[in-house]
Write a protein of this length. Structure first.
Length: 112
């Protein structure tokens, strides 16, 4: 975590991660996160390759430094559950944070 705070839901347990925190999750572990601060900046690394197909298929390229391009609504859970390649990722379903309009990013895990 570079800045801000995330609440991580990892294999049924909730963890807070603030600036300076790091998390390492093994492949196939159900997980999700929600930003609990006004904004958050973090780095993420996915290995082996394949997650980029999910991001490219579901994402919208930024035209500026804004998180959400102007005129675009933030991602929703329904939109984030689409799978570009069933062999590359498995959606883990609804994260535990409430569906109250908070921006939630359900994560996926590479197929075994």
């Amino acid at each position: 975590m570079l800045e801000g705070e995330l609440r991580l839901q990892v294999d049924g347990e909730s963890h807070l991660a603030g600036a300076g925190a790091a998390a390492l999750l093994p492949r196939g572990l159900p997980h999700a996160f929600v930003v609990t601060s006004p904004q958050a900046r973090y780095l993420t690394l996915h290995t082996p390759a394949g997650f980029e197909r999910f991001a490219l298929a579901d994402g919208t390229p930024a035209s500026s430094g804004d998180i959400t391009p102007p005129g675009e609504p933030p991602p929703t859970r329904k939109r984030s559950r689409r799978r570009p390649d069933p062999a590359a990722s498995t959606p883990w379903g609804r994260p535990s944070p409430p569906d109250d309009g908070t921006t939630v990013a359900p994560s996926v895990s590479a197929a075994a």
